[in-house]
Design a protein around this ligand. Structure first.
Ligand SMILES: NC(=O)c1ccc[n+]([C@@H]2O[C@H](COP(=O)([O-])OP(=O)(O)OC[C@H]3O[C@@H](n4cnc5c(N)ncnc54)[C@H](OP(=O)(O)O)[C@@H]3O)[C@@H](O)[C@H]2O)c1
Length: 280
C-alpha cells in the first residue's frame, strides 16, 4: 500500500509519517514545498503523479483566532483544497482520511457529541473544517472523517509546550475552566489512523485520548507531572476573551470507534506522561 500524507511539518502529519515508516509502508510525505493548498492545480498534479492508494490529509489552516480575520483563506485551505483532494482520490480510486475537529459542533450542552449530531460551528475555523467534511462526504465513498481536539505532539506548537514555557517564569497562571474536552496526543492517534487506512471500515469517527477535562485541569496536570510549581487559577471564558468563540462543550463520543472494532486511545493523563518523557 502506498500512502500520501499532507502536513508533514505539522504535529500530526509528522507522527503519521513516523508511524508509516515504522511499519515499512510506502509513504509519500508531502509538505508545502510540494504543493500549496491554495493552488488546486498543483495539489491535483502532485497526487496524480504519485497515485497513492490512500491520502491521510493532516494539513490545514489551524490558526483559530486568525481565521476570524481571514475566513476566505481558511475556507480555501480547509474547504476548497479538501474538495480538490477528495475529487482526485475518487479519480484515482484512493481512500482518504480527513482530519476534522470538535469545532464543527456548536459546543452547547454537557454530553458527548455523537458523530452524526447536528453541526453548527461557533467560529470561522470550524466553518471551514465543516466545509472540508462536506466536500469529502459529497465526493467520495471511500473516506474516513476523524474528529479530534486539543492536539499536542512533539513537532509543533501546542498548549502543553506553552504551559511548560510559562511555568518557567510564572508563579500563578489563570486558565479557562468552563470549556470541557479531551486532549489528543498525536503519537497515540497516528497508529490508529494507520490501522484505519488499511481497512474498509469507512465512516466518521471521534478519536481523542480518553477522559474529559477543562483547560485549567489540563494545565494543572501538566504542572503536576512536570514538577512545575506554578499555581493554576481557574477562570471562566468571559475573563479570557479571544477573537474566535470557543465551544464550552467539546466532549466527543467514541461510540463509532467501538462499533467498528477500533481500540480507543489511552487516557489523556497517561498521554501527557509519555509526551513529557519523549520531550526529555
Ligand atoms: N491543533 C489542534 O488543536 C487541532 C484540533 C482539532 C483538529 N485539528 C486538526 O488536526 C489536523 C492536524 O493539526 P496539527 O495540529 O497537526 O496542525 P499544525 O501543527 O498546525 O500543522 C498544519 C500543517 O498544515 C500545513 N499547511 C497549512 N497551510 C498550508 C498550505 N496553504 N499549503 C500547504 N500546507 C499547509 C502546515 O505547513 P507549514 O509548516 O508549511 O505551515 C503544517 O504542516 C488538522 O486538520 C487540524 O485542523 C487540530
Amino acid at each position: 500500500m502506498k500512502v500520501l500524507v499532507t502536513g508533514i511539518t505539522g504535529q500530526l502529519g509528522f507522527d503519521v509519517v513516523n508511524e508509516l515508516n515504522r511499519r515499512n509502508i510506502d509513504t509519500i510525505a508531502a509538505a508545502r514545498k510540494d504543493f500549496d493548498l491554495t493552488d488546486e492545480l498543483s495539489i491535483a498534479n502532485f497526487i496524480k503523479a504519485h497515485k497513492p492508494d490512500a491520502v491521510i490529509h493532516c494539513a490545514a489552516y489551524t490558526a483559530v483566532d486568525k481565521a476570524e480575520d481571514e475566513p476566505e483563506l481558511a475556507m480555501k485551505v480547509n474547504g476548497t483544497a479538501t474538495e480538490t483532494i477528495a475529487k482526485v482520490c475518487r479519480e484515482i480510486n484512493a481512500k482518504m482520511i480527513y482530519i476534522s475537529t470538535d469545532y464543527v459542533f456548536p459546543g452547547d450542552g454537557d454530553t458527548p457529541y455523537e458523530v452524526n449530531d447536528k453541526k453548527n460551528p461557533p467560529n470561522a475555523y470550524g466553518q471551514s473544517k465543516l466545509a472540508g467534511e462536506n466536500a469529502v462526504i459529497n465526493n467520495l465513498k471511500k473516506y474516513f472523517i476523524v474528529r479530534i481536539s486539543w492536539v499536542f505532539g512533539v513537532n509543533g506548537k501546542n498548549f502543553v509546550k506553552t504551559m511548560l514555557r510559562l511555568s518557567e517564569t510564572k508563579d500563578k497562571l489563570t486558565v479557562v475552566s468552563d470549556q470541557i474536552g479531551s486532549p489528543t496526543y498525536t503519537a497515540d492517534l497516528a497508529p490508529l489512523l494507520v490501522d484505519m487506512v488499511q481497512t474498509d471500515k469507512y465512516g466518521i469517527y471521534h478519536a481523542t485520548n480518553e477522559g474529559f477535562c477543562s483547560w485549567a485541569e489540563f494545565a494543572a496536570e501538566i504542572f503536576r507531572q512536570s514538577g512545575a510549581k506554578t499555581e493554576v487559577i481557574p477562570v471562566p471564558s468571559s475573563e479570557y476573551p479571544t477573537k474566535a468563540v470557543r465551544p464550552k462543550n467539546s466532549r466527543l463520543s467514541k461510540q463509532s470507534l467501538d462499533s467498528a472494532g477500533f481500540k480507543r486511545l489511552p487516557n489523556w493523563q497517561d498521554a501527557v506522561k509519555r509526551y513529557l518523557n519523549e520531550r526529555t
